[in-house]
Design a protein around this ligand. Structure first.
Ligand SMILES: Nc1ncnc2c1ncn2[C@@H]1O[C@H](COP(=O)(O)OP(=O)(O)OP(=O)(O)O)[C@@H](O)[C@H]1O
Length: 240
């Protein structure tokens, strides 16, 4: 097993509220890792510590053996935040061009990659449309396209399929699997149980603690349950 991301005893508080409590995690290269937990369990805070946007009060985080936070490492990570950070008054293509310039991509590469990612998220036909006229799902897909632009080896996606209809959601998951085949490591946060089933490995998070981790099958087998939801409830009960 090759771990690409390691967290050691990561804890963080906002004021008096302990949001992450002694989190240990190992994420393997080329896998889809799901962080599953209810609203407020600390998923977003955890992924922010991984990308280095937040330095936790204590603990260590390594991405490909580099201690985070590290500006250098950002080139290898694609991050899609929970709230879409898009320029509403610009078109989809203009948004992509803006971020491609920030990534320092040259003109030829920019044009090629922008067309590729627009196709990948099924927005090619809408590339000249102004983003303020996009639906919520279209905005999510554009955010995903931006995270993919610089061909990162690690993709960190905070609730990537919120507001995306079931048909397109399947398509987006097909893309995740395709990226995985190329060796890309993907971390997704979700509170949707059927999405959790599609991950290779899961970390079950509640109140800032990792209740359990393993593949969906392992978690169900260990708890003698048939669904991830029941496994989650089992671990929550046992550990509380
Ligand atoms: N910048 C902040 N300042 C103060 N409290 C915060 C901040 N960010 C998050 N929190 C608190 O930390 C807790 C965990 O929040 P977080 O966003 O990590 O959870 P989450 O699991 O991602 O939830 P959701 O699924 O609703 O996005 C919440 O109680 C939240 O109110």
């Amino acid at each position: 097993m090759t771990s690409i991301i390691t967290l050691e005893k990561v804890s963080h508080s906002f004021g008096n509220e302990l949001v992450l409590s002694n989190v240990d995690l190992e994420i393997e290269q080329g896998k889809i890792y799901g962080l599953l937990g209810p609203s407020g369990s600390g998923k977003t805070t955890l992924v922010k510590t991984i990308i280095g946007a937040l330095t936790p009060n204590s603990g260590k985080i390594y991405v490909e053996n580099t201690k985070m936070p590290s500006l250098k490492k950002l080139n290898d990570i694609g991050y899609m935040a929970q709230a879409d950070a898009l320029y509403e008054e610009l078109t989809a293509k203009e948004n992509l061009d803006f971020f491609a310039k920030i990534y320092g991509m040259d003109r030829l590469n920019r044009k090629k990659r922008i067309d590729q990612v627009l196709n990948e998220v099924d927005l090619f036909e809408s590339k000249e449309k102004v983003v303020e006229n996009f639906s919520g799902g279209m905005k999510r897909r554009l955010s995903l396209a931006i995270a993919l632009l610089h061909e990162p080896r690690i993709l960190i996606l905070d609730e990537p399929t919120v507001g995306i209809d079931p048909v397109l959601r399947n398509k987006v998951w097909d893309q995740f699997n395709e990226m995985k085949r190329k060796g890309i490591t993907i971390i997704v946060t979700t509170h949707v149980m059927d999405e959790a089933e599609k991950c290779d490995q899961l970390g079950l998070l509640r109140d800032g603690r990792v209740l359990a981790s393993g593949s969906p099958t392992e978690l169900k087998d260990q708890t003698h349950t048939r669904t991830i939801e029941d496994a989650f409830l089992y671990y929550g009960g046992v550990n509380s």
